[in-house]
Design a binder for this molecule. Structure first.
Ligand code: AGP
Length: 606
């Protein structure tokens, strides 16, 4: 997942390109680069690491040119160094690319045979030489059309040409790409977030389309080179100024913003006057839905798994969940009355988008639960349930996770009521409990000092386990993922009841094990599982909720108690200490908390 920017202007573009690249760094930060056209030449500067390194390069500071492209990279082919950084250029063409060219090896062999010299290990470079080859005999539009037709795989491209000093070409297949319109200048960007500081007038390219961007107008073409008209959308708001405030990291800020996230979601979907849930414009009759499949990746998949437990508990619907990258290649059986729900913070995750595309092609009902409402998954789903948690910058998802499970819980309550699986009085009680949740999360956030000390033990261990049953199992998975992606320590989320079927062999003296055992229907069973690991030397961090009942067990290393509420809502509270545990572990290790190694915020490649 990389970030692309292009600007065609009547003034120098290098500073604006660098500024946009900084906004795109959440998409990848292995390396960065810029290329501009000036005095009939392509000038290219690239650097390893963050955009700051590129900005400090003196060549960039004196970079001329009113046309340019820029790129931030998350490496798919070739190590993350300046040689493999984008743009990739020949004498006549310079290209930035997000995606994967699956037939690059074959194309490279053909192009080398034609005398082309390659400098990098990337798949992208074949695009540069293919266009250069076609330009020997074709005009721009035909060269682009023929090049795109020979590429297998996914791409979002930005291209400039030495001999065309007034245009930038953009092209899209499988990776998002947007055009922005400004005063005497126009833009190309991976998503609207990169363009929002310059414009809120946006056109999104669809798969197979390409465009020619001039400073005063933009032309769009279908994949066979025929001119097409495209809508210009006016986005909700201009650039949302987003900074860390007094926090050390965006992640710290986003953890503390969770009460507000929940308040926004409750305000958006709960009608206090009628004490009901409003899901406006729900496009289907309840009788048309007898099963639900939830699909996502990573933390979003954990949200799907959490929702499965709620849907099964509250409704009589059949409920399935699937990891998007597995779903998209499985021989799925599509039933007419199935609703497919795609959960994605960014709304751009390639695997989740591909799963959506398959379901649409099979005539399924599709609903997106997303944070970015202008995203591809939102735009291409029949129905969208926004989570309204504001921009989430930290690569490790926190407030978006709580926002996702909130909306999914609200949906499960509403469908349960409409299907008469839930009595109105029970529904009302649950709604009243839900309204108190933001305050309970706020109180639970104060669990801080103890966790800072506890995190040392996790840092010193070679690995840890996170155990839970029922509603706590998806939270165990999410807690383990947080620790992995932030402190680079192996951690495994596992069903507590499953340990005796193998993983108990992992337990050794002093191994830290988190046991999620709130006072719910699974409590006693989970406490027995906890004793099994304590008996084998584990240092158990028990996370439960406040209760007047004593915890009947000895040799528990540490106990954390979250606030108490109805069992449905305990997962929200159990998540908080696990987010903080991961945060403090990474803080102690001095790792980059907002941009962990090897990761990116939006995974737009498969
Ligand atoms: C979450 O902490 C991770 N950064 C990652 O698993 C993320 O949830 C996943 O890549 C899905 O992203 P999405 O929600 O934008 O689709």
């Amino acid at each position: 997942m990389c970030g692309i920017i292009g600007i065609n202007s009547n003034k120098s573009v290098s500073a604006s390109i660098i500024n946009s690249l900084k906004k795109l760094e959440y998409r990848g930060y292995d390396s960065a680069g810029i290329a501009t056209l000036s005095s009939g030449q392509i000038n290219e500067v690239k650097s390893e690491g963050r955009v700051d390194n590129l900005e400090k390069n003196s060549l960039v500071q004196n970079m001329e040119g009113t046309i340019g492209i820029g790129h931030v990279r998350w490496a798919t082919h070739g190590s993350p160094n300046s040689l493999n950084a984008h743009p990739h250029s020949s004498q006549n063409v310079s290209v930035v690319h997000n995606g994967i060219i699956e037939n690059s090896t074959l194309l490279k062999k053909f192009l080398v045979g034609k005398g082309h010299k390659f400098k990098s290990q990337t798949d992208t470079e074949v695009i540069v030489h293919l266009i250069t080859e076609h330009l020997k005999t074709d005009d721009i539009v035909n060269s682009i059309k023929k090049t795109l037709k020979s590429l297998h795989g996914s791409f979002a491209l930005g291209i400039i040409f030495k001999d065309q000093p007034d245009l930038i070409v953009g092209a899209r297949r499988g990776s998002p790409l947007a055009v922005g319109y400004g005063p005497n200048e126009n833009y190309l960007g991976s998503d609207s977030y990169a363009l929002k500081s310059m414009t809120n007038k946006i056109t999104y390219l669809n798969d197979g389309e390409f465009c020619v961007i001039k400073k005063d107008h933009v032309e769009f073409f279908s994949d066979d080179g025929v001119k097409i008209n495209k809508k210009v959308l006016e986005l909700s708001s201009q650039e949302e100024e987003y900074d860390k405030g007094d926090y050390k990291h965006f992640m710290a800020k986003e953890i503390e913003e969770q009460p507000l996230t929940l308040k926004n979601g409750i305000k958006e979907y709960i009608d206090n006057s009628n004490n009901d849930i409003n899901i406006y414009n729900f496009p289907w009759k309840i009788s048309e839905i007898s099963s639900i499949t939830l699909i996502g990746c990573g933390t979003a998949y954990h949200s799907c798994l959490m929702a499965k437990y709620w849907f099964e508990e509250l409704t009589s619907l059949d409920v399935n969940v699937d990891i998007a990258s597995e779903f998209r290649y499985r021989k799925n059986r599509f039933k007419r009355d199935s609703l497919y729900i795609f959960v994605s913070q960014s709304g751009e995750t390639a695997d989740t988008y591909a799963a959506l595309d398959i379901c649409k092609k099979n005539g399924m009902k599709t609903c997106a639960v997303v944070n970015v409402i202008e995203s591809s998954i939102a735009r291409d789903s029949e129905f969208v349930l926004p989570i309204h948690c504001g921009t989430e910058i930290g690569v490790a998802s926190t407030k978006a996770f709580l926002g996702q499970i909130l909306i999914l819980y609200i949906l499960s309550l509403k469908l349960a009521l409409l299907r008469k699986d839930l009595k109105k009085d029970v529904f009302t009680q649950k709604l009243n409990d839900l309204k108190k949740l933001p305050k309970l999360v706020d109180q639970t956030l104060s669990i801080d000092n103890k966790i800072q000390t506890i995190s040392n033990t996790f840092n010193e261990a070679k690995g840890s386990m996170f155990l839970g049953r029922g509603f706590s199992y998806p939270i165990a998975l999410e807690g383990a993922l947080k620790l992995k992606e932030l402190s680079y320590i192996h951690a495994e989320g596992y069903p507590a009841g499953e340990m005796k079927h193998g993983p108990l062999a992992l337990i050794e003296e002093g191994m830290p094990v988190v046991v999620l055992a709130p006072r719910d229907n699974y409590y006693k069973k989970t406490i027995s599982n906890m004793q099994e690991v304590i008996a084998r030397g584990a240092k158990v961090l028990l996370v439960t909720n406040k209760s007047k009942d004593e915890i009947v067990s000895e040799n528990i290393w540490e106990t954390l108690e979250v606030e108490t509420t109805n069992a449905d809502l305990l997962p929200f509270l159990l998540t908080i200490p696990l987010q903080k545990l991961a945060y403090y572990s990474a803080l102690k290790k001095g790792f980059d908390i907002d941009k962990p190694r090897n990761l990116a915020k939006s995974v737009t490649v498969e």
